[in-house]
Structure formats: C-alpha cells, structure tokens
Design a protein around this ligand. Sequence first.
Ligand code: PLP
Length: 397
Amino acid sequence: MRRIYMDHAATTAVSDGALQEMLPYFSTDYGNPSAVYSYGQTGKNAVEKCRERVAKCIGAFKTEIYFTSCGTESDNWAIRGAARLRRAKGKHIISTEIEHNAVRRTLQQLEEDGYEVTYLKPDHLGQITPEQLEEAIRPDTILVTIMMANNVVGTVLDIKKLAAVARKHRVLFHTDAVQAVGHIPVNAHDLGVDFLSISGHKFNGPKGSGVLFCRIPTRLPAYMTGGGQEKEGRSGTENVPGIVGLTHALEENTAAMQENMAYLNGLADRMTKRILEIPGVLETGDPVNRLPGFCSFTVEGIQHSVLVVNEMNARDICISSGSACSASSQEANHVLLALGYDKQLAGATLRLTLGMDNTEEDADYAVEMLKTSIEKIRGEQVSRAPRLEGRVADIKS
Ligand code: PLP
C-alpha cells in the first residue's frame, strides 16, 4: 500500500506548475533583483508582476503586498510592527485563546515588554463573537489579532464582522489567514482588515515563502533593516523562486477553488461520518463554518493522541496529533482546552486534513486503519500500564 498523506494543513507538495515557473530563477535567471544591469531586472520584474498577481487573488492593491519568508514572519511583522507603530496611543492588544504559536508566542514576548493582552475565550466550536470583542476594547487598545481559520480544529471565524468592530473603534486589525488563503475565498478589502498573513507552503507553494498584506495608508515600521527591499519594510535579497512559486500556486488554487472545495468537503463528510461510527470518537470544531477537507476529532479513553498517530504511521498513513508529547511528558492541546474539553480529551485530539491527491479509496482505508489503531490502543491500555513511546511534535503548523 502506498503512503497516504492526510496532513495537508501541516504542509503541501509544490504543484508542478509552480515548480516549472520557479525553475529558471534558480539557474538561468538568478540575477539579484537589486542589480542595475538587465540580468537582475528579470528577477525584479518577476517579483513586481507577482505582487500584482497576488494582489488580484486576495482583493488587494499591489502596493499592499509585501513578500516575507513564511506565515510566522508575517504574523511577527504585523503584530510587533503595529505594537511599535501605535505605542504612543496605548499598550493593550486583544487576541484569542486559540491562536497559532506564531501569534501566541509573539504576544507573550510583548507582554514581557510591558504590553497587556486580553485573550478572548471561544465557544465550544471555536467561534468568537463581535460582542465579545466590543466588550474587550478599551481606550488604550491598539491592535486586535484574530485568526481566520484555526489550524487544530478547522473552524473558520467571521473576520469581516470582527474587523468591523475594530474599525469602528479605530483599532488596527490583523488576521492570521495562513490556513485560509488558497482554500476558501479571501478578499482583504472586503474583510476590512489592516494586516493579513499568508504562507505559500500551505497551498502548494514552496516552503520559505510568505506574504503580508498591509492596508494603505498604514506603513509598518521595518521588520528587517538592511538594503531596503520591500519598500524599506523587509530588507534582504528577494527569494525570487519562492515568490514566483507562491504566486503560481495561489493563482492555481484560486482558479480551482470552488471545484476543490466541493471535492474536499464531500470527501471530509464521507470520512467524518464513518469516523464518528467508531465508539467514543467526538468531532471537534465548527461542523458548518469549517475549512474544506478538515477532519478533527478527539478520542475518549485514549491516553494520548500520539499513540494513534504512531499506529497510523506504522501503516504508512500520515495524520497529526493535537498535542505536544514525549516519552516523559504529556501536554494537552491549548486549543482544545480553550474550547472547554477536559485534559484527557484535549490530549487525545487528532487531525486529518485532506488534499486533492486523496481519493475515496484512501479515505475508506484510513478510516478502517484508524478504527483498528484505536481498538488496539484501548486493548493495550487495559492490559498493561500506559506507556507513551516515541516523540511526536505538537500541531505546530
Ligand atoms: N499560522 C497558522 C494558523 C498556521 O497553521 C501556521 C502553520 O504552520 C503558521 C501560522 C506558520 O506558518 P509558516 O509555517 O509559514 O511559518
């Protein structure tokens, strides 16, 4: 049996089209975009064209697109930059309890530097209401940062309504749209956000490529200083192949979005229905407002989800655990805890994220193997003292 990959929220393969468009910039057209001679200008022109192409895909102006190295960098730049830009007005930031570590840890560091952060608690499905945000805004609030789609349970939040609240109070609004862009329609102007983070490798672009949308007329302070690339905002020689690959993949996914969404929703529904037939398995996240192809569950009576991930891995099926775990430590997933699950359930969360390369046959086989794995682990837990083996990373992606 071939390997079945069901962890597309972690990363995806670079599409053939993206790879083909990237290749010349590694070998023949490798000139530095900052060089004056025409050889460098080929790269420069490609980057500027990509800025326009990306802007078109996400409903922005070309001058609002900044290329970065990843989603994490875009999150860092938006949050740290906005905090610095508005520090004379106040030091209060609002976020949620379910953000990715790229946002969480950035906020934690800002707290160490004297900023105050209010973390909004989501409901059981992972939703935050405009009323909650309205209530949390204070005269010294300078920034709201709320993710568009959650990477652990797949819930899609109503960013348009949330951003409208921030705008009414003249507070800057950032959304981490890393899991959303390329998978569901995203229009930055229509959403009304000031900053929006994107990562290329989540939608068949290359790793090491990202975008920060920054709404005109806001200008963030420079994230990296040096040669002045990206309109003085993010110095460093441009990753031309990465930018080209991200752009190509975004265009491809945007063009095929409705078709992809229909296929992935159908496949995820089929899997979810069957997985829920396994005794003691509970669906997590919002069943309606959900990323396409995103199946997330927690399992009763399982000591830790890493046990299931390891069992599936032994059968050549790649799925994701929801919690950090090692032989010596267990940690419940912060998102599941925020959604109100107890420690056992928060530690036993699983994520299967489907892609266009997954078939119905894959889905049915994976469900069978999941059932077998869960039964095996439950049996072992009963027959001997629980022991965790191996080391599997948290859902960091
Ligand atoms: N934000 C979310 C919601 C993510 O899922 C990820 C994925 O890892 C990131 C940010 C970080 O993106 P990147 O891997 O491009 O740094």
